[in-house]
Ligand binder design. Structure first.
Ligand code: UGY
Ligand code: MN
Length: 242
C-alpha cells in the first residue's frame, strides 16, 4: 500500500486517502477529520467537518479558542447566543472570536474547513469582532507584482486579529517567487488544481483535497502544474511578537 501522506517534524502533507473520522461530545450527525493539530507539533488545528442525515451540528465551547471557517461546498448556519444566526453558502467564510459558544449546522452537502487556535489577547487592543463573507465577493491582488499569482485576504488587515485567512490562486506554470522561510505557521487546504509543493528539503505533488502543515521556518515554495489554475486556502498567524 502507498500514500502521498507524509508527516515530518516540521511539515506534513495529509492526502484524503488517509482520513479517519472523529466524533466529539456535543456534536450530532457531524463528523470531524482532524487534519492538523498540536498532536503533530502545530499551534493550530485544522478540521474538515461534514454533516449527515440532512441535518447535524458541531459545537465549540466558550473558551480561549478562536475559530475561522471556510465552506468548501453546501451551506451552513452559524449560531451564537444572543446574536442573529448567520447563513453562509459556497465560498462562505467566518471568523468567530474566542470566548464564544459556537454551533454550526449543516446538511449532507456541507463541507467545512475549520481553523482553531488559542487567541493571543493584547491589553492595548480591543477584542476582534466576528467577520462573515463570501470569497467569491473578495477582490484579489497580484502577489508581488505577478498578475498570474493572485491573493485574496478574507479577514481585515487589523492588528486586533492574530491570524490571517487567505486564498492564493495560480495560473498553470505560476510559482511562489522565492523559497519563503518565515516565523509564521501555515495550515493549508488545496482547493483546486494541482502543483508541486516544496516543504523543507522535500518536493511533493499536491492536488485538491490535500491538507498541508508548515511549521514556523519551514522553507516553502509552490509551482502550479496542469491545465487548470491551482488554488489553496491558508491560515497564517500574524500581528504578535514572538
Ligand atoms: O502568506 C504567505 O506566507 C504565503 N505566501 N505562503 C505560501 O503561500 N506558502
Ligand atoms: Mn508562507
Amino acid at each position: 500500500m502507498n500514500t502521498r501522506t507524509s508527516v515530518k517534524l516540521r511539515h506534513a502533507l495529509i492526502a484524503p486517502d488517509g482520513h479517519v473520522p472523529s466524533s466529539f461530545p456535543g456534536w450530532e450527525n457531524a463528523t470531524g477529520y482532524v487534519m492538523l493539530s498540536p498532536g503533530m507539533g502545530a499551534c493550530l488545528s485544522q478540521i474538515l467537518i461534514t454533516f449527515e442525515k440532512n441535518g447535524g451540528f458541531c459545537h465549540f465551547d466558550e473558551d480561549e479558542h478562536e475559530h475561522a471557517i471556510y465552506l468548501e461546498s453546501g451551506s451552513c448556519t452559524i449560531h451564537r447566543p444572543n446574536e442573529p444566526d448567520v447563513e453562509l453558502g459556497p465560498t462562505g467564510f467566518a471568523f468567530i472570536p474566542a470566548e464564544t459558544d459556537l454551533r454550526i449546522t449543516g446538511t449532507t452537502e456541507t463541507r467545512i474547513t475549520l481553523f482553531r487556535k488559542i487567541f493571543e489577547p493584547r491589553h492595548d487592543l480591543e477584542f476582534p469582532p466576528a467577520v462573515f463573507g463570501h470569497a467569491s465577493e473578495v477582490a484579489d491582488e497580484p502577489f508581488m507584482g505577478n498578475e498570474r499569482a493572485r491573493l485574496q485576504a478574507l479577514l481585515p488587515i487589523d492588528p486586533r486579529y492574530d491570524l490571517a485567512i487567505n486564498i492564493f490562486t495560480y495560473q498553470p506554470g505560476a510559482t511562489l517567487p522565492f523559497v519563503e522561510t518565515h516565523i509564521m505557521e501555515h495550515g493549508m487546504l488545496m482547493l483546486d488544481g494541482q502543483g508541486i509543493y516544496r516543504l523543507g528539503d522535500d518536493y511533493y505533488p499536491v492536488e485538491a483535497g490535500d491538507a498541508i502543515w508548515m511549521a514556523p521556518y519551514c522553507p516553502q515554495w509552490f509551482a502550479a502544474i496542469g491545465d487548470e489554475p491551482a488554488s489553496y486556502l491558508y491560515y497564517k498567524d500574524i500581528h504578535r511578537l514572538p
